[in-house]
Write a new protein. Structure first.
Length: 366
């Protein structure tokens, strides 16, 4: 398929990779964005690991919790501008939608839109929503929601509704100490953006794919390869004349300089990557390389699994799992984090290209 400039721009915003790298990734994967992101990650070129991408659209995330703290809803409604996202009429409307969802059962956004509006019994949610669009003067989208039920559920809204989090816990008590601990954990989730509660949730297929990405990205970063392997890579590149004469002189002069790669051309570094990638099967049998990969893989899992993350409010570097165990012990009860939901406004959406002055002018014209 034809790769457009808009496709390249979108992938760049999702990953932080260069324009040419994004174009190559899309070309190699026939325009498949998920595959292109994985391609860039393996090459060590993507700075973002999630498919969500750069936050661009405006709007708000709202939550609503039942009086018994057992059922909660998180909802995202998008707007065109930040002005509307901060408008009290808009935020009050979004809160009413979250309340209606929490007090009823809807399979998805389409089912919710077709339901009778709690704001006006004579209309559907979709019809009332159109009236709100006309009232506010800007396109609004009910994008997504999720409902959570458990022994205790708490919510946290960060940055004026830009990020919302629900946390569900299994507990045989429901006191303020547990809810405070869960609120702290919700703040951790908002800040650190984990993908899972614990490693056991990750499928074997996903683990294998993540491991492969770590292997390939390690080979794509020759400067960090173990010294014996790096020396072998450089020697082969030199032997096969894969580097230019200027870089050959640099290698002779600064072979043991820790800043060696700062003096080499991009073409030479790419040659090292190609040589390393060609020996992938061999290096996977190398204990030193495997040690490097296992260390990076373990670090990656700690970043994406909530309970393995260092608890941000801890003074002694305890992780979240240890913090949860401590709270359970201090309160003499069963207490375990079962699930979380994190919404960030505009994940995966692209805001139309307006600068601040144009946005103000647009609002003034309205």
């Amino acid at each position: 398929m034809a790769i457009t400039a808009a496709d390249v721009k979108k992938l760049r915003e999702m990953t932080g990779a260069g324009m040419m790298d994004c174009k190559k990734a899309l070309t190699e994967t026939d325009g498949d964005f998920d595959a292109a992101i994985e391609f860039l990650r393996k090459k060590g070129l993507a700075t973002a690991e999630k498919k969500a991408g750069r936050i661009a659209a405006e709007g708000v995330v709202a939550t609503y919790i039942s009086d018994d703290d057992k059922t909660a809803t998180i909802l995202e409604v998008n707007s065109e501008t930040d002005f509307v996202a901060k408008n009290e009429v808009f935020t009050t409307y979004v809160e009413s939608l979250a309340k209606q969802i929490n007090e009823n059962d809807y399979a998805d956004v389409d089912a919710f839109n077709a339901a009778q509006s709690a704001n006006d019994a004579s209309t559907t949610v979709a019809e009332y929503h159109k009236a709100m669009i006309a009232k506010i003067g800007e396109n609004l989208t009910i994008r997504r929601f999720e409902k959570v039920t458990g022994d205790i559920v708490v919510s946290y809204i960060h940055s004026g509704g830009k990020i919302g989090v629900l946390v569900e816990a299994e507990a045989d008590s429901n006191n303020d100490a547990l809810k405070e601990a869960m609120k702290n954990i919700a703040m951790q989730i908002a800040a650190m953006n984990p993908s899972y509660v614990k490693r056991e949730e990750i499928s074997a297929e996903t683990l294998a794919k993540e491991k492969e990405i770590v292997v390939d990205s390690s080979l794509a970063d020759p400067a960090s390869l173990p010294k014996p392997i790096l020396k072998a890579v450089i020697a082969e590149a030199v032997e096969k004349s894969l580097i230019n004469p200027d870089d050959a002189d640099v290698l002779k002069e600064k072979e043991n300089d820790k800043y060696l790669f700062n003096f080499l051309s991009d073409a030479t570094v790419q040659a090292f990557r190609d040589v390393a990638a060609a020996h992938k099967a061999e290096y996977l049998e190398n204990k030193i390389f495997n040690g490097l990969v296992e260390g990076r893989f373990s670090k990656h899992l700690k970043e994406i699994c909530l309970v393995d993350q260092t608890y941000v409010k801890a003074e002694d570097k305890e992780n979240v799992a240890q913090y949860v165990a401590k709270v359970a012990k201090d309160n003499g009860c069963k207490f375990d984090i079962k699930k979380f939901v994190r919404f960030e406004t505009g994940e995966g959406l692209e805001k139309k290209n307006e600068n601040f002055a144009e946005e103000v002018a647009a609002q003034m014209n309205k």
